[in-house]
Design a binder for this molecule. Structure first.
Ligand code: ADP
Length: 487
């Protein structure tokens, strides 16, 4: 058994703003099947502390980044949790990163240095009787942990740094250095320095024993200037330590045969049952019953996700015979563009500006096409939910989208391999071509059903990927993992 602390700023179902939470929420159970015992270290936001059952205090700090703090261990949301109860840092309602004014909390540098420092303290043995062998750190919020391990008093723990999105880096001014509680050598050796300031993700990428990202294609992309966002040079240097492991999805939460958030259940042989969900969706989004595919989006509405392009092509999509529903919120310009489209195309375009987990399941279970036209996409989960739910993905050929969807070109359709529609480059023209292609394919009912069924049968579970993480941990520890034996 390998003992791992998963260090993260969010984990489903306790606190979620995006795919990171889905991954940190699902991976522990999948790893348990590979002889890995995970405890998840989370900031003690109200939603986390309130969910802990049988919590017990396992460590206390009189002075923890400006106040008193405790570590509380227990079960929450199906996970073994260690929460950092530090009210001065985390006792804030709502989104974990931004205040009611939608601006980053000004002390985020301290809140997430705290998360990382607590991980380091656990590696040092601050929790009696618990000696984890691996710290698995997710994204910039946890990325200082490998740096503490590298520069403060030595521990035997090994560190893994996983990048879920390299666009978010945690960059701060040098003046926070004295309060970071990291050894001066970290500054001397340039390990945390980033463009004249301090970079948390940079520090993690420089100091962790192993680096991973969430798909093989993204692992290649981030070594290039076009996708590396300034970190490509460092990643080229550390290429030997970097691997891409594609995310899976939680088959417990996402199973169309039993999903309580669906109106009607279905499997790959009963896709006609999706009709009940589709009807419910049309009603919910005020869309008329009419022929033609129902295109959908469930997403943050941002430039990364390419949804400004959707605003550009929506009139053409409708003219070509499609209908569109969008669930999401984000950039004001995209929101306004979509709201405008609902006015121009009543009964054809629906937009719900919200974050709504149950509704996202219904969209996957009822719409015909799930669109993810991202400019970059580390892995992407919505196309995986689409595959599993028979909502055929239409995606740009980047990152994890390229790795998980097989384009319905003629050869692939012929060979019976296609699972969706893939386009490149990420431009409105190529996007619109793909939409035309989807409409044509939808017109061939047999081909469409086959593609839907193939997607539903493809394995997007965590099984394979959890095995890869288990192997990586084993390799770092110099032990044969359960999975190596199985080879
Ligand atoms: P990212 O993490 O970049 O936002 P992913 O595709 O990896 O993108 O993960 C997004 C997750 O958030 C998915 O679980 C998706 O279903 C969910 N999601 C995004 N927007 C919404 C929304 N408006 N309502 C409900 N769930 C959403």
């Amino acid at each position: 058994m390998i003992d791992v602390v998963s260090v993260a700023s969010e984990a489903y179902p306790l606190i979620k703003t995006g795919g990171l939470a889905d991954v940190t929420g699902a991976l522990p159970a999948a790893l348990a099947r590979h002889d890995v015992a995970v405890r998840t270290l989370l900031p003690g936001y109200p939603a986390v502390l309130g969910a802990i059952e049988n919590g017990r205090v396992v460590a206390e700090f009189q002075e923890f980044f400006g106040g008193f703090a405790q570590l509380i261990a227990g079960r929450a949301g199906g996970l073994d949790i260690i929460a950092i109860n530090a009210p001065h840092l985390y006792d804030r309602q709502g989104n974990p990163y931004v205040g009611p004014d939608k601006q980053d909390w000004p002390d985020n540098w301290k809140r997430f240095a705290g998360l990382s420092f607590a991980a380091y303290e656990i590696a040092q043995g601050v929790v009696e009787g618990y000696h984890p062998q691996i710290l698995h750190c997710h994204d910039w919020q946890a990325a200082m942990a490998p740096a503490y391990v590298a520069f403060n008093a030595p521990t035997r723990v090994k560190t893994v740094m996983t990048v879920h999105n390299i666009a978010f880096q945690g960059r701060y001014e040098w003046n926070i250095f004295p309060e970071l509680r990291i050894d001066f050598r970290a500054a001397q050796e340039g390990a945390i320095e980033y463009f004249g300031g301090i970079g948390y993700l940079k520090a993690g990428l420089q100091t962790a024993d192993a680096l991973t990202t969430v798909s093989p294609t993204y692992a290649l992309e981030i070594k290039t200037a076009a996708y590396g966002m300034g970190l490509e040079g460092l990643l080229q240097q550390r290429a030997g330590a970097l691997t891409g492991i594609t995310n899976g999805i939680d088959y417990g939460d996402w199973d169309p045969m039993v999903d309580p958030m669906l109106r009607q259940h279905f499997g790959h042989n009963t896709t006609e049952q999706r009709a009940g969900n589709r009807r419910a969706l049309l009603e919910r989004f005020n869309i008329d019953e009419s022929p033609g595919p129902l295109f959908s989006v469930v997403s943050r509405l941002t430039w990364q996700k390419g949804l400004d392009m959707l605003v550009e092509v929506v009139d053409q999509l409708i003219a070509a015979g499609g209908k569109l529903i969008v669930l999401g919120s984000g950039d004001a310009e995209i929101e306004n563009g979509l709201a405008g489209a609902t006015l121009r195309h009543p009964g054809k375009v629906g937009f719900i500006r919200a974050y709504d987990e149950p509704l996202s399941h219904l969209v996957q279970g009822g719409a015909d096409v799930m669109m993810v036209p991202s400019r970059f996409e580390p892995c992407g989960l919505t196309q995986l939910y689409g595959l599993r739910y028979g909502c055929v993905p239409l995606v740009s050929r980047v990152g994890g989208l390229a790795d998980t969807v097989i384009d319905a070109n003629e050869a692939a359709v012929e060979a019976g391999a296609a699972t969706g529609i893939v386009f490149a480059p990420a431009t409105p023209e190529a996007f619109m071509d793909a939409i035309h292609r989807a409409i044509r394919l939808y017109g061939h009912e047999k081909t469409w059903r086959k593609m839907q069924r193939r997607g539903m049968k493809s394995d997007v579970s965590w099984d394979l990927s959890a095995g890869k993480y288990a192997k990586l941990y084993g390799r770092l520890l110099g032990v044969k993992s359960h999975d190596d034996h199985a080879d």
